[in-house]
Design a protein around this ligand. Structure first.
Ligand SMILES: C[S@@+](CC[C@H](N)C(=O)[O-])C[C@H]1O[C@@H](n2cnc3c(N)ncnc32)[C@H](O)[C@@H]1O
Length: 269
């Protein structure tokens, strides 16, 4: 049985404090251990499921950065670029993957004009922080603890159904997920035909940089280039066309995809 103590051992071995209380119960609730069974998550470095899950969460340096004023400034810049590429979403029902501290959720409501946001994050500490930030939007926001790879579980009851959202947003989270294609599959599943997917990603080129590797922790296997991410969207019936840009060479990828009607979607394997 993997326990919170095991997580503390891993964190201590890596010279850092655990970022949040982290237990089998948390992993079961978040859907990482489906049906309460401890399983190995595909696509990562290790056979140890807890190590895999820990790689999805941020280390202390990245947590501090994500909660900092420069990140909020950058996120406003990203939101403006996304509006330029894909427009606003007035009155939309939206899902957000990996909401972190909830600042992106606030932008989805205030800048994009969404009516309602179901937001999910794996880290209970982030969910609590987002809940505090978004308290004044009560009734328009649901912040859930869970995984972007199982939105029906995370948003149950009442959310995460097939074709149930007008838009899905993700600000810099899919590169944290070992089985990242499953997260793209969830986006394709929950978007209604014609619905839009707003994405902001960190590519394998950035993750391979020595500074990135020194400062942050991410899964290292099977990361994606900008081209590979765009190809996966297309494969899953999310059409990007020309609505994407890379920044800092090809380190960062921003764009907006549109879910094709069901009958024109390709083989999603
Ligand atoms: C780099 S942070 C980005 C946070 C926020 N979106 C932002 O742009 O500031 C990545 C976030 O994704 C969350 N995360 C990682 N894996 C996840 C998963 N499988 N499902 C949901 N959230 C996840 C982490 O807990 C973290 O809050």
């Amino acid at each position: 049985m993997i326990t919170a103590e095991r997580h503390r051992q891993i964190s201590n071995a890596e010279g850092q404090e655990p970022s949040a209380p982290f237990s089998d119960i948390t992993l079961i609730q978040s859907g990482l251990y489906p049906d309460g069974k401890v399983t190995t998550i595909r696509g990562g470095d290790s056979e140890d499921p807890l190590m895999e899950a820990a790689a999805m969460l941020m280390n202390s340096v990245e947590t501090a950065l994500v909660n900092s004023p420069p990140r909020r400034w950058l996120q406003r810049f990203e939101a403006a670029r996304l509006v330029a590429l894909g427009g606003r979403t007035p009155g939309a029902r939206v899902a957000e993957l990996g909401c972190g501290s909830g600042y992106g959720t606030k932008l989805i409501l205030d800048v994009f004009g969404a009516a309602h946001v179901d937001a999910v994050d794996l880290d209970p500490a982030m969910v609590a922080k987002a809940g505090r930030r978004l308290a004044r939007y009560a009734g328009r926001v649901n912040v859930a603890e869970g995984s972007a790879t199982d939105l029906a579980y995370a948003f149950s009851p009442g959310g995460g159904g097939d074709a149930s959202y007008d838009a899905v947003f993700e600000f810099a989270i899919i590169h944290h997920i070992p089985n990242w294609r499953d997260a793209v599959g969830e986006v394709a599943r929950v978007l209604r035909p014609g619905g839009r997917f707003f994405f902001d990603e960190v590519t394998a080129a950035a993750l391979a940089r020595p500074t990135y590797k020194r400062l942050f922790e991410h899964p290292t296997e099977d990361r994606f280039t900008a081209g590979e991410f765009l190809a996966e969207l297309q494969r899953q019936g999310l059409e990007v066309g020309e609505r994407w840009r890379t920044y800092v060479g090809s380190d960062y990828l921003l764009g907006v995809a549109v879910r094709a009607p069901s009958d024109s979607r390709g083989d999603r394997g």
